[in-house]
Write a protein that binds this ligand. Structure first.
Ligand SMILES: [Mg+2]
Length: 362
């Protein structure tokens, strides 16, 4: 069978509303600024993916970077690993952190989507998995907010799809306010629900060590990114001092950075982000590293593609469920009894709601 040829990589910029705007200890997002990618092949197959630009300010440069990289693969065979290898070799001198890495991952995801569609298989099945659902935690709320409303919010988040796990953002100026927030939520949801907490890199090594002495006895499922993500040595120091598992990984750019974090003992758990780790191709390499080193692996954002990837991950742990792309999707990801359902349609399962895209396009 000869491979399809790529004939176009089209890019659109959208700014969609959040149902609940994310508010962390280190920053607030007002709108979901996203780049939508449509990679077309000669027979009319369209591979789709999206990227988060984090702010409308970076939509134009991110979209332009995707377009530039896309222009390099027009006429190439639809072979995701080979395309990725070619693009990475072309980018050797400028390197791939930042927007270039995100753009590369976006093209990679769209190429894998088209590739799976060529074989008429959901991505998870193309990758060799027969898993149909993946455990998910609801990450759509519990931001740094008024503590008084958190317990009600937690209850509503659990009830929405019978979730059994939630994530609360912490890192308030006063550590006692974090403790109060955690206890409000735990008192309401009980011990059977897993509660993850995320500092979003807000602490120093010293303040994290101090806060950990208090939080370590609260029965938390994991404590995420207490300090600056790239400080593997500091993170290792904190991980060694605490009994609660330390989770990190959403800011790792590629499998080489993951290897460095593992070598440093930076965490007990890893949760790569598909747009930072290098798309589907990068994820597969990261999954091999987590497997070889014995680390459970969860996902960060991008639940639509991550659900397929976790199905094919040997040490699959938790899917982070967010609904940020839902306003733009024809069929948003479904969660039943706390389990994210892998769509049975070919590819990733992303189809744009064109009416909504037209409404939010900038
Ligand atoms: Mg996080």
């Amino acid at each position: 069978m000869s491979l399809e040829k790529i004939v176009a990589v089209n890019v659109r910029k959208v700014v969609a509303p959040f149902s609940v705007p994310p508010k962390t200890a280190t920053g607030t997002l007002t709108d979901a600024a996203m780049v939508l990618i449509d990679l077309e092949t000669e027979s009319g197959i369209v591979g789709r993916s999206y990227l988060f630009a984090f702010s409308p300010l970076f939509l134009t440069p991110l979209a332009a970077t995707v377009e530039s990289l896309g222009s390099l693969i027009i006429g190439d065979a639809l072979a995701p690993l080979s395309l990725e290898k070619k693009l990475r070799s072309r980018l050797k001198l400028i390197d791939t952190p930042g927007l270039i890495g995100l753009a590369l991952a976006g093209i990679d995801m769209a190429a894998w989507d088209a590739h799976a569609k060529t074989y008429d298989l959901p991505l998870a099945q193309l990758l060799g998995s027969d898993v149909t659902e993946v455990q998910a935690y609801n990450s759509c709320g519990l931001w740094i907010d008024d503590t008084a409303t958190l317990a009600d919010e937690a209850e509503a988040l659990l009830a929405s799809n019978d979730f059994q796990a939630l994530k609360l953002r912490i890192g308030r100026e006063d550590a006692r306010a974090d403790l109060a927030a955690i206890r409000q939520v735990v008192n309401r949801i009980g011990d059977n629900v897993h509660l993850m907490v995320d500092y979003n890199q807000s602490q120093t090594v010293s303040s994290a060590m101090e806060r950990m002495r208090v939080l370590d006895n609260e029965g938390l499922y994991w404590i995420e990114e207490p300090i600056r993500h790239a400080d593997y040595k500091g993170s290792a120091q904190i991980a060694r001092a605490m009994a609660t598992p330390l989770q990190t990984g959403e800011n790792l750019c590629g499998d080489f950075e993951l290897q460095c974090a593992i070598d440093a003992g930076a965490a007990n758990l890893y949760m790569p982000d598909v747009q930072r780790i290098g798309g589907v191709s990068g994820w597969l390499r990261a999954a091999a590293l987590c497997n070889a080193n014995g680390f459970s692996m969860s996902s960060h954002l991008f639940p639509e593609v991550s659900v397929h990837l976790l199905a094919a991950t040997p040490t699959s742990h938790w899917l982070e469920y967010v609904n940020w792309a839902d306003p733009l999707l024809e069929k948003p990801l479904e969660v039943l009894n706390g389990m994210a359902q892998i769509p049975s349609r070919p590819g990733i399962g992303i189809e744009w709601n064109e009416e909504a895209v037209a409404r939010y396009q900038v």
